[in-house]
Ligand binder design. Structure first.
Ligand SMILES: Cc1cc2nc3c(=O)[nH]c(=O)nc-3n(C[C@H](O)[C@H](O)[C@H](O)COP(=O)(O)OP(=O)(O)OC[C@H]3O[C@@H](n4cnc5c(N)ncnc54)[C@H](O)[C@@H]3O)c2cc1C
Length: 387
């Protein structure tokens, strides 16, 4: 049976794969988006997503921003070092923007993108798992299972937005993996003091603890060792909240309620290079980062946006070596900087070395006294390496 041919096949309908599909909705190209899971399974992802101001601009262009039901503004970021001195506060006023970032529930982003895709001329299949792929200079080929039937498709370009699960099948790409030996515990936390738009990042020797303002609550991302994660996930709510309070301190008053907890193992993964013959990697497939600075999706969204730009400028060149090398070169600095930034934060701050923690404390205090350095850091967090 002849396989259907597309200009582009996007493998993985997570937030980054869906963003690329939406960016190409008016391109006139034939696009197939394949997502392994069923739509309802993805509607309950407990993770928060902190968006930068730059990501907001992209999501507005994708027609997604207006459909997000609850968007909480981050007007200040409070960064501190547990058991040591040094802290800094970045504010939106100092940078001259309405907000340093925005927090949205992952499942709200999924729902908004999923619904937006229904109105687009994109072939979008859920419960469609790609099981095999290969490519050569002429085309990319994929095999997927859908409704119990195995189907074959070909395209000028295969885009891997699958979080890196299929990278091993792509010839010429190496995936580097560094296990942080940390898990992120995620939950919604109710505090006695109201959230007023401040996000908190507290570095501890076990890993960072982040509180992101979301609706009337805080969304917690607490990094701990794998064994502590198993224990924390099994605690009753009262004991869990007491332990969290002990770790974070009194800054938010009492912790009075918690939603169901979930755990995510954390590793740094990145692909080198991020393109191969008729293949491009975007989002977590290209780089999976520690959530410490909320950079992962922001970076992935920029991958999708820049790739769509290259495709739209040269529609007849989709998947050609020239187009792929332009995409790869454009993303190299931003991706590398995001990786080094988050990896250094985790390694510098998550340790017991008193000297190193002292140096980090001095760094935070120095940053607090230097408005131009604060603006530099804030702009990189909002717009990536190009600031
Ligand atoms: C605890 C935590 C908190 C985070 N907080 C933030 C934050 O505040 N800000 C931020 O920017 N980032 C954050 N991130 C990172 C962010 O969640 C990821 O960067 C983002 O989800 C990546 O999206 P993606 O679409 O590239 O990959 P994924 O979300 O992994 O999606 C990949 C999709 O591909 C599908 N798939 C896999 N294999 C196949 C296959 N064989 N066939 C078809 N489909 C397949 C999967 O079902 C999945 O839907 C956080 C991450 C964690 C763990």
């Amino acid at each position: 049976m002849a396989s259907k041919h597309y200009d582009l096949i996007i493998i993985g309908g997570g937030p980054v794969g869906m963003s690329l599909s939406l960016a190409l909705r008016n391109s006139g190209l034939s696009v197939l988006l394949l997502e392994a899971r069923g739509a309802p399974e993805k509607k309950e992802d407990p993770r928060p997503l902190a968006f930068s101001h730059g990501s907001r601009l992209i999501l507005q262009r994708l027609g997604v921003w207006e459909s997000l039901p609850k968007i909480s503004l981050i007007t200040a970021i409070h960064i501190s070092n547990r058991g040591g001195f040094g802290r800094t506060v970045l504010t939106a006023c100092e940078v001259g923007v309405p907000a340093l970032g925005y927090v949205v529930a992952h499942h709200d982003v999924f729902r908004a993108m999923h619904e937006r895709l229904q109105d687009c001329r994109i072939d979008y299949l859920t419960e469609a798992q790609v099981i095999r792929l290969e490519s050569d200079v002429t085309e990319g080929r994929g095999e997927f299972r859908h409704n119990g039937v195995i189907k074959q498709v070909t395209a000028n370009l295969l885009v891997l937005a699958d979080g890196g699960r299929l990278t091993g099948q792509v010839e010429g790409i190496t995936q580097h993996v560094h296990d942080y030996e940390q898990w992120a515990i995620v939950a919604r936390i109710e505090t006695s003091l109201p959230q007023c738009g401040t996000a908190y990042e507290r570095f501890t020797s076990d890993g960072p603890v982040a509180f992101l303002p979301l609706d009337k609550y805080f969304s917690l991302v607490w990094s701990v060792s794998p064994s502590a994660a198993q224990e924390i996930l099994s605690l009753d709510d009262v004991t869990f909240l007491a332990r969290l309070h002990h770790q974070f301190g009194d800054r938010l008053g009492k912790f009075i309620g918690a939603s169901k907890r979930s755990g995510f193992p954390l590793a740094l993964k990145y692909a080198e290079p991020t393109t191969a013959c008729r293949v491009a990697l975007i989002g977590n497939a290209a780089q999976t980062l520690h959530p410490v600075a909320g950079q992962g999706f922001n970076l992935g969204l920029r991958d999708a946006w820049e790739l769509s730009g290259e495709i739209i400028i040269m529609p007849s060149e989709v998947g050609s070596p020239t187009m792929l090398s332009k995409y790869r070169d454009k993303r190299q600095t931003d991706s590398g900087a995001g990786r080094i930034f988050t990896d250094s934060l985790v390694k510098l701050f998550s340790n017991d070395d008193i000297l190193l923690r002292g140096v980090c404390g001095i760094g935070l205090s120095a940053l607090d006294c230097l408005p131009s350095a604060k603006r530099f850091v804030a702009k990189r967090m909002m717009f990536g390496s190009r600031g």
